[in-house]
Write a protein that binds this ligand. Sequence first.
Ligand SMILES: NC(=O)C1=CN([C@@H]2O[C@H](COP(=O)(O)OP(=O)(O)OC[C@H]3O[C@@H](n4cnc5c(N)ncnc54)[C@H](O)[C@@H]3O)[C@@H](O)[C@H]2O)C=CC1
Ligand SMILES: O=C(O)C(=O)Cc1ccc(O)cc1
Length: 290
Amino acid sequence: MAEFNKVVIFGVGLIGGSFALGLRAAGAVEEVVGFGRSPKSLQQALDLGVIDRAGINPAHELSDADLVLLATPVGQMPEIMARIVPYLGPETVVTDGGSTKGDVVAAARAAFGERIGQFVPAHPIAGAENSGAAAARADLYRERKVVLTPLPENSVLNVAKVRSAWEWCGAQIYELTPAEHDRVFAAVSHLPHLLSFALVHDLAVRENKELFFTFAASGFRDFTRIAASHPEMWRDICLANKDALLLELDSYRAQLDELHQALAAGDGRRLEEIFDTARTARRDWAEGKR
Ligand SMILES: NC(=O)C1=CN([C@@H]2O[C@H](COP(=O)(O)OP(=O)(O)OC[C@H]3O[C@@H](n4cnc5c(N)ncnc54)[C@H](O)[C@@H]3O)[C@@H](O)[C@H]2O)C=CC1
Ligand SMILES: O=C(O)C(=O)Cc1ccc(O)cc1
């Protein structure tokens, strides 16, 4: 018998859909029910076999659910939480796949109240610039990291349930506090996306942009792949993690100022020092030395 009899997913896109496919491929779930914002995206998830059924009324689906995953843009989560909490069964565990954790935890505390122990926050560190159920893959989480940011109110059993679900999908589990999580991901994920959007935007609004895009090569492609990511999702992430992201933006701006000065002064030695430190760090990281 599968570990999870019924899993309910709100937002059956890349993250929610891949969770469903991963659990099913592992034989870990009997039935997956999806809720969506648009009938079209839910129908697509059904047609692709990502979910077994499209849910209509949360009141009918949640009391016997083992696990609920919220996989919508983080800005949608407060309202969904408020909508579902009254119908959760006593054993139902709710988790999420949102890219930020401080805001999600605050929303969960407001919506779950005394039942906050039933919410175990999580963030899969796997994804792509593509979105929607059509981009979902059973192996998206294989050998990828998932960060849990458990709450003091979570029981060992509830955390274990969420951990187990991600492990069935092939993921390696890490734990951070929500604040640690948001600081780290502001630097290594949210800032790079902001910079990539900024670079492409700067060119895209120029009258002669075609001239530039015609000659952009693989370096541009590497730097800007993530500027093809979902605008609503990234709007929500940036706003949700505003404080940590602004700090990282300040730090990056100071780095740009230093490069600007070195360049203006023709200080090749300083430029090379900075490039060398960066190259070593990037190579060590890519080779898994850190
Ligand atoms: N795309 C990525 O690489 C990663 C995304 N995440 C997080 O996962 C979450 C989902 O992202 P993706 O799957 O990439 O987005 P997506 O756009 O592929 O899927 C989101 C789905 O949620 C649905 N949705 C939106 N509002 C809804 C609502 N109020 N009720 C029900 N369904 C609703 C959309 O119709 C869509 O099907 C976001 O919170 C994002 O920050 C986390 C890790 C990686
Ligand atoms: O497209 C990429 O490379 C990503 O960086 C995917 C990604 C996006 C958001 C997350 O919270 C985690 C991973």
